[in-house]
Design a protein around this ligand. Structure first.
Ligand SMILES: CC(C)(COP(=O)(O)OP(=O)(O)OC[C@H]1O[C@@H](n2cnc3c(N)ncnc32)[C@H](O)[C@@H]1OP(=O)(O)O)[C@@H](O)C(=O)NCCC(=O)NCCS
Length: 146
């Protein structure tokens, strides 16, 4: 009889921020890569914009438009097959604007044990009305979930 292999279970989410929920989890496909096989920065920027817009939309209780990308850092490359987790936190709120800090972590080959922070960015969104003009943010107390 063969002895069972001594398999250590894969640790779960080592390296991902503890106690936080990602806004988005996405795996880039070959069609998202450049000719060198790394993922396009523009594809990552689009996902960051989507992830950042989610807490902004909840805070605005309605539609928002991206007015500024204040900073963007591609600290490490992203590869096809990485599992990306996008974390987004509101860092500043004005009359009509919401500024969000987004961090992106890659689990290399979908292995949580090999996690790398790949990107961080700060974006500003503006709450807009049906007319696409800036709209005053609702008071925090009027919102059920932010
Ligand atoms: C978003 C939009 C409606 C805002 O209208 P606007 O007249 O330019 O806005 P305002 O000058 O009144 O500024 C609105 C808010 O944005 C802030 N803001 C303006 N320029 C900014 C900048 N460069 N960086 C950060 N915040 C900025 C202002 O401080 C203000 O915030 P506050 O009300 O909290 O004080 C308009 O700029 C627009 O339609 N832009 C195109 C949006 C778009 O197509 N995005 C891509 C797809 S979503």
């Amino acid at each position: 009889m063969t002895k069972p292999e001594n398999v250590t279970p894969s640790p779960v989410n080592i390296g991902l921020p503890a106690g936080k929920m990602p806004q988005l989890r996405v795996m880039p496909a070959p069609s998202d890569a450049n000719v060198y096989g790394d993922v396009f920065g523009g594809w990552i920027m689009a996902q960051v914009d989507i992830a950042g817009s989610l807490p902004a939309t909840r805070r605005a209780n309605g539609r928002v438009a991206t007015i500024a990308v204040n900073s963007f850092l591609f600290k490490n490359p992203v590869f096809v097959g990485d599992l990306l987790s996008f974390y987004a936190d509101i860092v500043k709120v004005g009359n009509t604007s919401i500024t969000v800090y987004v961090e992106v972590y890659a689990e290399r080959n979908r292995l949580a044990a090999d996690t790398v922070k790949v990107t961080e960015a700060t974006l500003t969104y503006v709450a807009t009305g049906e007319d696409r003009k800036p709209r005053q943010l609702p008071p925090l107390e009027s919102l059920l979930h932010v």
